[in-house]
Design a protein around this ligand. Sequence first.
Ligand code: NAD
Length: 265
Amino acid sequence: MKIGIVGCAGRMGRMLMNAVMDAEGCQLSGGTERPGSSLVGVDVGELLGRGAVQAFVGENPSALFAASDAVIDFTAPAATLSHAALAAEMGKILVIGTTGLSKDDEAKLAEAAQKTTIVYAPNFSVGVNLLMALTEKAAAIMGDDYDIEIVEMHHHHKVDSPSGTALGLGRSAAKGRGVALEEVWRKTRDGIVGARPKGEIGFATLRGGDVVGDHTVMFAADGERVELSHKASSRAVFAKGAVRAALWAKDKGPGLYSMRDVLGL
Ligand code: NAD
């Protein structure tokens, strides 16, 4: 399978190119960067410190889509939306890991997915997707005597908050309880916020250092507390999961799929 990476010089872009080059049955079809980036024209192998491979960082996504069976996108919301429109137009598989998309943005992804296969996940690690399935089940069993709080920590470069994964965990908990997350979430607390309403799903965000991604879902009741945790120590797990998703998507029809679909969870 020929796989291209948009945003190929980013933290995840580099991991993704390595993962594609190391995966059996995959060939790196190239990468793009933001138009005007100083890295345009650089050999992607040299960018990775692996020696020249005669494939160069481009700035024209249409050319990359044309040369690929699937494209992986871990960039930024505006870029991801234009890549989704391009994937739909050109009938190419798109795997999206970008976080911070709004509800309107997600509606645009669903529209593009009517024409092509899109896998979109706030977190491509196998462990986190298992955590989401366990969170949904625990929330269904524990009911609203248990207060649900989601705590996450990430490195100091991260721009969105709470993390896409924390929101995904919140969505899983809300689904387990049969409610819409947007009706029960409390994304920040500051000052005299009053007693905690029953049924609320709370979030707390920590930022610092080089933390790749820690998430804990707490179920706190009078007398006991259950905590489900995941800690990522290398971004390579997200890249490996995204490549697995691209390979899985090969024989799927148009639609918007998640990593839980890929893993059959
Ligand atoms: P980054 O800033 O290091 O990389 C983003 C790259 O995209 C940059 O190199 C930037 O120049 C490039 N880019 C932006 N617009 C572009 C465009 N129009 N065309 C081509 N390239 C463009 O950020 P990062 O840490 O690699 O994270 C990227 C995204 O992936 C974030 O939204 C982050 O939250 C998300 N992420 C998701 C997962 C997951 O498993 N789903 C895991 C880690 C990070």
